[in-house]
Structures are given as C-alpha cells and as structure tokens.
Design a protein around this ligand. Structure first.
Ligand code: GMT
Length: 396
C-alpha cells in the first residue's frame, strides 16, 4: 500500500517536541506564534508554550499542546521584576523535564537573550538545546535598534542556532541596523483559511450600511506607528465622493485622539469604534476595503487576515507590506502619509468596475500564504537547525 502525501511528509519529518516562547497578547507576533504552535500540534508535534499568561488564542484542549506559565516573583527591592530571569529559569526546567528538541522564541527582546542564558545553564548539565529566533519587526525596527537594547539584540541574534524573519524587508533591516554574522531565513507569516474566510453576514452589513454604502475597515492596536489618523482622513475624503462607512477595530493609545478627530471632522455618524474583537473575521466578511497606512510594518498580518476574507487592501508601502499587498493587484501600496494618493487609490478599488477583481486577487494572494504551505517551511527549518546544532556538538 502506498503512503498518502501527509504520511510521506511525516515519514520525513518525525514528530518533535517544540518549546514556543512569545508575548501572549493580541499583537501580531503572539498571534503568529500561537497559530504556529496550534498547527504544529495538529501535525502531531508536541508543543510547549512558555509565556507569562495563557496566549489569547489558546483557550481549548488539545492532547499535543502544553502551557507553562512563567512565575514572576515580586520583591520590595525590585522596582522592575526581573522577567528575563524568571523566563530563562522556566525555559531550563521545561527543556529538561519535557525533553524538548528545539526552543523557538518569537520576538528578540527579551526572549532571545533569555533563551541564550537558558542554553548556557543547560549546557553545564550536558543538555544541548538548539534555539530558533523569529524576528517580527518592532523588535528590530523600533525597540531593538535603540542603544539601550542594541548590543544584547545583536549578541542574541548572532548566538541563535537559527534565525528567521517574517519578510525580506525585515531581513534587510536587520542586516542594516545590526552587525549580524549569521544567516537569516525569510519565512513569511501565514493564515488559516479555514478560520479566516468570507462568512455570510448580510444582516450585519445591512445594519451598518442600510443604504448600500461601501464599508471600510481598519484593525490595529492604535499605536502611533499605525497612523490611524490617516485612516480617518482618507475615509473623510472618500466619504465626500461616495456613501461609505468606517469600522475601527482595536484599541490603544491613539483611540481618544481619534475619537476627538472624528468629532472635529463631523464624521461621527459614519464611523464606529468597535474596540477589541475576538472574531474579527466576522467584520472583515462584510468589508469592501481594508486600510493599513502604517509608518512601519514588517509584514502586516492584519492585512492578510482581511485578504483571506476577500477584502482588498489600501496600504502604505512601508517595510514588508508591498511583499504582501501587491501594488495594483490585491490593492494599492502608497507613500506613507500621502492622503491624496491613498484617497484616489481607495476610490479606484471601490469603483464597481474594479472591486470584484481586487477582491478575487486578494483571496488568491492569501491562498499562497495558507498555513498548509508555510508550516512545512518551519518544520524543515527546525529539522535543519537541530541537525546543524548536533553536528557542531560532534565537531567539538
Ligand atoms: O504591529 C505591532 O504593533 C505588533 C507587532 C508585534 O510584535 O506583535 O507586529 C509585528 O509583528 C507582526 C507579526 O509578524 C507583523 O505582522 C507586524 O507587521 C509587525 N509590526 C511592525 O513591524 C510594526
């Protein structure tokens, strides 16, 4: 009897015990790490999450998924509890007692340096654990290159056994900003098309757009870098020409200012702030256009989620966004802050003669990044990294 495609793959990549360290929050890197762990567990690998809180999207039981909470002990002497030490200690214990094959840390600060410390401690006990570090963006382009972190970030990248970045642009930025002596493999972010797909939510669309208005959507953590103001200004211009509504999903430091801006512009009736939503795909299912005018963005996972729900993207051309949002095909990627160009392009996408084509192209691009295509790249990378690290051991 022959073997199926998945049996064949499994016979090449035997099941591994993988530790995943990430920020357990709504942020992109935490989402990618959690979804990766879930997908690896489905493939039969044993996945151990090591975080300070249960990751947002890890609220169910699976035989292959484990969660280890990092206890951060406070003490009157500490103005700032030493999280990195607690994390490194937890990594040591999990690697040792669960006999992990590889530790995969998402976001360099402080995960990669804590992993290095754990690795050295384990080495003293004769345990050699390979470390894979995935760079997500702000750990390089914003926080990481700040002189207060740069030496440690450089060191911990150079001392990882394998390093990945989520876009070509982020890889380039890492080489530009740091003295990197190791190779970096680009593995783009991915999407689970079984979850993110256009759902029938006509009643929802009718409630928001009762007169057939076009629906624009933005989702983010409302940090300055997301330029939510540009979203509102582009919408304001589009709204002058065609009936439209805007939904803003998420919350963060810029929200108050944005609510005030809506009042100043007199657009409050057409804009709704929905706050943080778990089922963002329900909103995306009724959207006509997704806006991402970010100042910096290594990848733009929120745009990929929109594309999977057949929503074209009007974005800036910052960082890795143009690798995802193909200019003129899945939407447009304009100069950061160019409201005029963004407005013109938004209207071009929303034109009834063009919209269906952009929607179809957005979905086609999302399909290229389905989890089933990207997961094997991580599995291969773990395998290669484990093999390289054990070959190094033999040489010593
Ligand atoms: O964008 C944020 O503020 C969150 C940040 C994070 O670290 O979670 O997102 C980064 O990682 C995501 C997942 O790889 C990427 O899709 C985002 O583009 C990236 N953000 C930036 O580069 C600003």
């Amino acid at each position: 009897m022959g073997v199926t495609k998945s049996e064949h793959k499994k016979s090449k990549i035997t099941n591994m015990k993988i530790g995943i360290v990430c920020y357990p929050t709504f942020g992109g890197s935490g989402v990618v790490a959690t979804e990766l762990g879930k997908a690896l567990a489905k493939e039969g690998h044993q996945v151990h999450f090591i975080t300070y809180r249960q990751p947002t999207r890890l609220d169910f039981f699976s035989a292959n998924l484990f969660y280890h909470e990092v206890d951060i002990k406070s003490y009157p002497l500490f103005e700032h509890a030493p999280y990195e030490l607690a994390l490194a200690s937890k990594m040591v214990n999990v690697v040792k007692y669960e006999q992990l094959d590889v530790l995969h840390v998402h976001y360099a600060i402080p995960h990669a340096s804590a992993a290095y410390m754990a690795k050295q401690i384990l080495k003293e006990e004769g345990i050699h654990i390979p470390i894979v570090t995935t760079l997500h963006g702000t750990d390089i382009t914003l926080v990481g290159k700040d002189p207060s972190y740069e030496p440690v970030v450089t060191f911990s990248i150079n001392h990882s056994d394998g390093v990945t970045a989520v876009s070509e642009d982020l890889k380039k930025a890492t080489f530009d900003h740091f003295d990197i002596k190791t190779d970096i493999k680009v593995i783009p972010n991915f999407i689970d098309l079984e979850r993110f797909k256009k759902q029938k939510k006509e009643h929802f669309k009718l409630a928001i757009c009762p007169h057939g208005e076009k629906l624009l959507v933005h989702t983010s953590n409302f940090r300055k870098v997301k330029r939510v103001e540009d979203v509102i200004r582009v919408f304001f211009e589009v709204r002058k020409v065609m009936p439209a509504k805007l939904l803003l999903v998420g919350d963060g430091p810029e929200r108050d200012r944005m609510e005030r801006l809506c009042r100043e512009l007199g657009t409050c009736d057409d804009i709704r702030f929905l706050g943080k939503l778990e089922a963002v795909e329900e909103v995306l299912s009724v959207a006509d256009l997704f806006l991402m005018p970010s100042e910096k963005e290594s990848f733009g996972l929120a745009a990929l989620e929109a594309m999977a729900c057949e929503v074209p993207v009007l974005s800036s051309n910052a960082g890795g966004i143009p690798e995802l949002n193909i200019n003129g095909v899945t939407g447009f990627a304009c100069e950061v802050g160019n409201i005029e160009e963004m407005t013109r392009r938004a209207m071009e996408i929303l034109d009834d003669n063009n919209l269906a084509r952009f929607k179809a192209n957005a979905l086609a691009r999302a399909k290229e990044l389905d989890v089933s295509r990207i997961l094997p790249l991580y599995e291969e990378f773990y395998k290669e990294t484990i093999e390289k690290a054990s070959a190094k051991m033999v040489d010593l």
